[in-house]
Design a binder for this molecule. Structure first.
Ligand code: ARG
Length: 462
């Protein structure tokens, strides 16, 4: 039998090395993304401790400044890639406490007064998620803008509108592209809803049952730019995972939009359609077939939509039937949450690049206008002459072979209702996108202003 490996010494006791490895999981890698946020959370906690009205002081104002100076150094080291989270650290929280203790001695050992890793990780994720949701929103706006630009460029280019993928009625490339822009913009209220539930500070909840110290939780929340603290400290620990799930649900909706857009682009750029051409440099070839330019990006978007939905389902699944209070199950939501957001954001960025470079083949689009596409318009002409619609419908349906191709330009020009082919309101899109961008910068500036004040130096450090 293999000799039993020695138990590993950690900041919080000796642990069997296999158990340590299993319980730590991917945290040393995933938590690298939380270093800056954990430092900010610790800066806010140190400031709150220094403001405590107790004697003797837990930490003095000067000690608070020393802690913050070291936290700034940790952020710089993390940016340079030189701050390490080891397996023995377990996670970012204990890694930072170790470093503070190495550099500041007893002061480092005081920093954990009145808090728990549970409220640390909760606040880290909320700060990280705030940043992610703002980035995500900006990227949705950028893709919507690219689609609207594409739509403007081809606003009057006729394109067969399809239902069941069968030719249906005259439409335009402008209608198709701005339609997807609007679908994406309509995914944003769900992102904003996730932002609102995320904009609450859990700090001061400790392990989920508070502490007998008069922590000024309003101050802590303000220092980190949150709307307010989560009120109930028990709920503050139960809320972990819920805001991630709300964000992932929004991501899943965005990915639904993206995968439908991707599917249309794959279909309409097939040689058999030839409506659109994907830029060759954005396609990948085959190792055996020299002629191939494959739409791999778009195929991967379809696959990633499924993955993001799985992330959302998996997080919800982990939370379902989990008892109240902190449970280690929650740690396993972290990777899923990060993957879901990163995948969605990467998908948005690559599609914005691709959409801007797609070219349109007017002749091939025009060739799609078989006579049947005008059948409904013909029926409506009969209606204009006084015939009840159902009779007109029957008349056209029983003489389909007599239908003639008509002028697609005239057909799309005749539809002038707001939002129809000749009634697309590009100011509507411009104003919406402008408002979204304003929403993002207002919130990002507010958060960075709070961080700069907290650290006493400009944030982001750069
Ligand atoms: N790495 C842990 C997590 O992500 C931090 C919290 C650990 N808390 C605990 N009570 N073991 O959940």
């Amino acid at each position: 039998m293999k000799e039993q490996a020695k138990d590993k010494k950690t900041l919080i006791g000796k642990i069997n090395p296999d158990v340590l490895r299993f319980t730590v999981g991917d945290d040393p890698v995933l938590d690298r993304k939380l270093i800056v946020w954990d430092c900010l959370g610790s800066a806010a906690h140190a400031t709150t401790l220094a403001a405590l009205k107790v004697k003797p002081a837990v930490i003095t104002k000067a000690e608070r400044d020393a802690v913050i100076a070291e936290l700034i150094q940790i952020i710089r080291d993390a940016e340079a890639g030189s701050f390490e989270i080891t397996e023995a650290d377990q996670d970012v929280h204990l890694a930072i406490e170790r470093r503070l203790t190495e550099r500041l001695g007893d002061l480092g050992r005081k920093i954990h007064t009145g808090r728990s890793r549970n409220d640390q990780v909760a606040v880290d994720i909320r700060l990280h998620l705030r940043e992610e949701l703002l980035g995500l929103t900006g990227e949705v706006a950028a893709l919507a803008e690219a689609l609207v630009k594409f739509a403007r460029r081809h606003v009057a280019v006729p394109m067969v509108g399809r239902t069941h993928l069968q030719p249906a009625m005259p439409s335009t490339v402008g209608m198709w592209a701005s339609g997807y822009a609007e679908m994406l913009l309509d995914d944003l209220p769900a992102v904003e809803a996730a932002y609102v539930v995320n904009d609450l500070c859990p700090l001061g909840s400790a392990a989920g049952y508070g502490v007998p110290l008069p922590l000024d939780r309003m101050l802590t929340a303000r220092l980190l730019g949150f709307a307010r603290p989560l009120h109930n400290v028990f709920y503050a620990s139960c809320a972990r995972g819920k805001d991630e799930a709300a964000a992932l649900a929004a991501c899943a909706q965005i990915m639904v939009s993206l995968s439908r857009l991707a599917q249309d682009l794959i279909l309409f750029s097939m040689p058999e359609f030839g409506y659109f051409t994907l830029p060759r440099e954005m396609c990948t070839g085959s190792s055996i077939m020299p002629q191939k330019y494959n739409p791999d990006v778009l195929e991967l978007i379809r696959a990633k939509a499924a993955r993001v939905q799985n992330c959302a389902n998996a997080v919800t699944g982990i939370l379902t039937a989990m008892p109240g209070g902190y449970n280690r199950d929650l740690q396993d939501t972290k990777g899923l949450y990060m993957e879901g957001l990163e995948t969605t954001r990467a998908s948005l960025r690559i599609l914005a690049l691709l959409v801007a470079a797609v070219t349109v083949n007017r002749d091939r689009l025009r060739a799609g206008f078989i006579p049947g596409v005008f059948a409904t318009d013909r029926a409506l002409e009969l209606v204009a002459g006084g015939m009840p619609f159902r009779d007109a419908y029957q008349q056209i349906r029983s003489h389909l072979e007599d239908l003639e191709a008509a002028d697609p330009d005239a057909a799309v020009a005749a539809k002038t209702s707001w939002g129809d082919t000749n009634g697309l309101d590009f100011d509507f899109y411009r104003e919406k996108i402008h408002a979204v961008r304003g929403w993002v910068s207002e919130r990002r500036n507010g958060a960075y202003r709070a961080f700069s004040k907290l650290l006493g130096t400009k944030f982001p450090l750069a």
